[in-house]
Design a protein around this ligand. Structure first.
Ligand SMILES: Cc1ncc(COP(=O)(O)O)c(C=O)c1O
Length: 462
C-alpha cells in the first residue's frame, strides 16, 4: 500500500458516506480510489489499471479521456460558466441541446424538453408533469403510477418509490402511496416450470390488465418502464412483451414513460432502447450517456399532448412553477452537445452494431460455465446469472456470496464489473474494441474460475 493511498483511505473512511455500500465492510476494507482515466481504462492511486467494464455507473459511453468533451467544457466555462433558464431566460447550449434531443427522437414526436441534473430527477419531474397534465385536462382522478418489480428509476422520494427493489425501500419509508407494482418481464426468473416465453408474456400482461381493472383505469396516470431493466439485474424483456404492454396501456389511456437513463444513446444497439423494443413512449427520460457522464445533466421529453396540458396549467396559475437551479446548465449542456455530435460523427450506434455480436458471443459462451445459469444481454449491456444449481435455477445463499466474489476477483485482475443480487453486470464504454472485449471476457473468465474453485473448496457447490 502506498503512503498516498493510505492517507486517501484514512480520510475517505473518516469523511465520506458512500452510496450503495456496506458501511461496516467499507470501514475495514477502505476505498478503491481512482485517479486517472484513459479510453476504456481507469487507474487507481496505487497505479493499478482496470478495464472499466461498467462505464462507471452504466454511463461513461465515450470512455475516460475524450479531449473534445474537456475542450467543450473549458470553452463554455470561459464564455458563460453559469446562467439559469427560469423566467424565460435561456442560454445557447441549452437551446441547442433541447433541439438536438427533439431531433434524435423525431420518430416519437416529442414537443418539449425539461432539463434536470440526474436520472432520479428526470423521473421525479416526469411524475409531476403527468399529474399537472391530468389535472389540467380535467382528469384529476388519474394519479396512480405503475412500475415493475426489479425496475430502477432512482432514489428520490418519488423515483425511489417507482423503483421496485426492496433494499431501496426498507427503512426509507418507501414506497409512498400511488405506486402500483406489476411483474418483471424476465421469463428466466419468473416463468413457471414448463411455461413457454409466449405463455409467460400472456400471463403477466393478463396480470397487468387485472390490476388495471381492479384499480380502475380512470385512477391510473402512467406506467414507468426501462427498456432493459439495468440495476434490477440487466433484465432483457421477454419477446413480444413490450408491444403487448404498449397496446394495453393505450387501450386504457395510461401514459407510457420510457426510462432511457441507461438504454438511451446507443447502449442497446439503436439510439434508444424504445427503438430496439419497438415502443412509442409518451414521455422519455434521459441522463447518463447524454453527456458521457462528464458532467451531470438529464432531461424529460414530453409529447405535444402532455405539453398542451402543461400549457393550460401555466395559463391557469400564471406560471409553470417547477424547475431546478441547474436546469439546462450551460457547461453541462455544452458537454452534452459535444457528446451527441461525437455520437453522430463517429457513428457510435453503428460501432455498437459492429462489436455487439462479438460481445454477445463471448457473453453467451460464458453461459456454459458451471456457475452461470443464464447469460443475457443486448447491444453492449449484459449479465451473467450466478447460480448454485443450473437446472433448478437456484441461487447461492446470502452466506455464500459468489457473485460478490466474482466482482472482487475481477477487480484484483484489473477488471471492473458489478455484482447485483446474483447477477454480474457488464456495460463497457461504447467505444470498446473487439480486442478489449476479449480482454474483458478473458479476465471475467479467470474471475469466474477463481470463484468456482473457492465455492468448491467451501463445499458450496458440487
Ligand atoms: C434506469 C435508471 N433510471 C434512473 C436512474 C437514476 O439516475 P441517477 O442516479 O442519475 O439519479 C438510474 C441510475 O442508475 C437508472 O439506471
Amino acid at each position: 500500500m502506498t503512503a498516498n493511498h493510505d492517507l486517501n483511505a484514512r480520510r475517505d473512511i473518516a469523511a465520506v458516506l458512500h452510496p450503495y455500500t456496506n458501511l461496516d465492510k467499507h470501514a475495514e476494507a477502505g476505498p478503491v480510489v481512482m485517479t486517472k482515466g484513459s479510453g476504456v481504462y481507469v487507474e487507481d492511486d496505487q497505479g493499478r489499471r482496470y478495464l472499466e467494464g461498467m462505464s462507471g455507473l452504466w454511463s461513461t459511453s465515450l470512455g475516460f479521456s475524450e479531449p473534445r468533451l474537456v475542450d467543450a467544457a473549458h470553452r463554455q466555462m470561459q464564455a458563460l460558466p453559469y446562467y439559469q433558464i427560469f423566467g424565460g431566460r435561456s442560454t445557447e447550449p441549452a437551446i441547442e441541446l433541447a433541439d438536438r434531443l427533439l431531433g434524435l427522437t423525431r420518430e416519437f414526436g416529442y414537443d418539449k424538453v425539461l432539463f434536470a441534473n440526474s436520472g432520479s430527477e428526470a423521473n421525479d419531474q416526469a411524475v409531476k408533469l403527468i399529474w399537472y397534465y391530468f389535472n389540467a385536462i380535467g382528469q384529476p382522478r388519474k394519479k396512480k403510477l405503475i412500475a415493475r418489480t426489479r425496475g430502477y428509476h432512482g432514489v428520490t422520494v418519488m423515483a425511489g418509490s417507482l423503483t421496485g427493489i426492496p433494499t431501496n425501500h426498507a427503512d426509507f419509508d418507501l414506497p409512498v402511496d400511488r405506486v402500483l407494482r406489476t411483474d418483471c418481464p424476465s421469463h428466466y426468473h419468473y416463468g413457471e416450470p414448463g411455461e413457454s416465453e409466449a405463455a409467460f408474456v400472456d400471463r403477466i400482461i393478463g396480470n397487468l390488465e387485472a390490476l388495471i381493472e381492479r384499480e380502475g383505469a380512470d385512477t391510473i396516470a402512467a406506467f414507468f418502464a426501462e427498456p432493459v431493466q439495468g440495476s434490477g439485474g440487466v433484465i432483457v424483456p421477454a419477446a413480444g412483451y413490450m408491444a403487448k404492454l404498449q397496446a394495453v396501456l393505450r387501450r386504457h389511456g395510461i401514459l407510457l414513460v420510457a426510462d432511457e437513463v441507461i438504454c438511451g444513446f446507443g447502449r442497446t444497439g439503436r439510439m434508444f432502447g424504445s427503438q430496439t423494443f419497438g415502443i412509442t413512449p409518451d414521455l422519455m427520460t434521459v441522463a447518463k450517456a447524454m453527456s458521457s457522464s462528464y458532467l451531470p445533466i438529464s432531461a424529460t421529453l414530453v409529447s405535444k399532448a402532455v405539453y398542451d396540458g402543461v400549457l393550460a396549467g401555466s395559463r391557469k396559475h400564471g406560471v409553470f412553477a417547477h424547475g431546478v437551479t441547474y436546469a439546462g446548465h450551460p457547461v453541462c449542456s455544452a458537454v452534452a452537445n459535444e457528446t451527441l455530435k461525437i455520437y453522430e460523427e463517429r457513428d457510435i450506434v453503428g460501432h455498437v452494431g459492429r462489436v455487439s455480436p462479438h460481445f454477445m458471443n463471448r457473453l453467451q459462451r460464458l453461459g456454459e460455465h458451471p456457475l452461470v445459469g443464464q447469460a443475457r444481454g443486448v447491444g453492449l449491456i449484459g449479465a451473467l446469472e450466478i447460480v448454485k444449481d443450473k437446472a433448478a435455477r437456484a441461487a447461492f445463499a446470502p452466506s455464500e456470496p459468489v457473485g460478490a466474489m466474482v466482482q472482487n476477483l475481477a477487480l484484483a485482475n484489473g477488471l471492473v464489473v458489478r455484482a447485483i443480487r446474483d447477477a454480474v453486470a457488464i456495460c463497457p464504454p461504447l467505444i470498446i474494441t473487439e480486442s478489449q472485449i476479449d480482454e474483458l471476457f478473458d479476465k471475467l473468465t479467470l474471475a469466474l474460475n477463481g470463484a468456482l474453485a473457492h465455492a468448491r473448496a467451501q463445499a458450496w457447490i458440487a
